[in-house]
Design a protein around this ligand. Sequence first.
Ligand SMILES: [Fe+2]
Length: 548
Amino acid sequence: MPLKLAMKTILGVYDGHDAGAALIHDDEIHAVNEERLSREKYHRGFPEKSIREVIRLSGLEGNEIDKIAVAGIYRNKKRLLKLKNGLKEIVGDVEIITVNHHDAHAAGAYFTSGWEKSLVLTIDAAGDGISSAIYLGESGGLKKIVESSYLDSLGDFYASVTEMLGFVPMRHEGKVMALGAYYTGEEYHDFADCIEVDGLGFDNHLEVTGSESVKELSEKTDFPLNRKEECSNVLRDGKKDHELWDEATKIAASAQKHLEDMLDQLCENIKEDDEIKEEFKEDICYSGGVAQNVKANKFVRDNFQNCYIFPNMGDGGLALGAALYMNSKLNDDKNHWNWKESLKSVYLGPRFNTEQVETVLSEEEDLRWEKIEDVADLASNMLTEEKLMGLFQGRMEYGPRALGNRSILADPSNVELKKDLNQKLGREPFQPFSPTILEEYKDEYLVAPSSNKFMTMSFDIAERAKEDLAAAVHVDGTCRPQILKKEDNKTFYTIIKRFEEKTGIGAVLNTSYNLHGDPIVCTPEEAVDSMKKIGLDALFCEDYLIRD
Ligand SMILES: [Fe+2]
């Protein structure tokens, strides 16, 4: 009998910031984050809609679930009661087991990596009193060898810098990463007296976190904390001649450099550690909120032969991580764990059939729509005609990246189009777009690329990308590509292939299908509605072409 991914049917749940649910059953994974269903970005709280949705997607009844794995051990009485009562109402009396926050991060990465043996690293702001941990993953088991307390938090350091510059901590860290690239000076703030690597963990010399840490960091950098709102407005408006622009980009660049240096140092310490066997020093799985920093991830990648980053690396991925952790605990016979079954795709969410799409379109009065035969041909033509278009198909992606099923596409060489799109989406002008690159073009466009099908790492661009990908690279000459193989998404691949045949460019600009600040669209209604709000020229929704 072939090995299965899961021997039991397990529902994974996370009811904190960026809540969600996942269900593993035989060889199937269904997973969705509550924000996509509630339409409340980073939805916090009991994920009722997600739980109902993953059960519906599996075709099972609630009472067919063997166990419930809940990510996170500590919660107050009110939250605990809501969780227990909510679960009972949906699935009945099923045993609930809690999984440590970092164990869930680690399991998400290790059990979807497809590797039998690997080092596993988790770093975030904090969860269950821990902010980073290292595990040894072997034959379907995870063994934690070290952890850092919530106080010694690398994630909190970066979140504090985010807050200091007037952005929202735990949410806008990507903006700080993007801004750092604009700094052109040679002097950096030295944050070594704030937080440093200590062996296989971190040591926070400030001995405070959150708002107290923000205060200390502002004193250290002479940053006027009373002007932080003004600062974020200056940055959002891209006022490069403003004094706060220089100060803020210097701080952002310094924080980014410090984060990168510390990851580099941590990886070096891992490699030099005599207690860790050499066989665990080849491959690394990495997850946790800090792994969202695609630029810093380069420093983890460069220290190991292979680096796999869990695609839903923030707390949004904890539900699946908890389910996979529980699955491994229930399968004491290691042979039951099919470790070769790596995560083939993140298309794990809801899908909508032709009938559902037609129902939505039939109520549409302002737009023209038609059923079409050859999506790829029409879509690639439109890309050559400077059109901005939505691509909505199949199951929604699990995790922060749109990988061709809920995406907005454009010609990646067209810088004017990029400006237009940035404005239409309401994004800040300093934020870069990313490309999806055909697998066969990765060496043409990137320096030393590795597999990056889930858009989890950034790379330096090669000479040819300067022109071909002018609208999808950052000011520092890096980009965060999705590297696409035909078997991973046939329709998306074929659109880009046809575009390549017409233009010689083996990539498209690919950004998530949502207005800035909104969750990515989930349903055909939301896709049509957002098409109008954004002002897209066209939407390819399953077999239909919709135009304004
Ligand atoms: Fe976390």
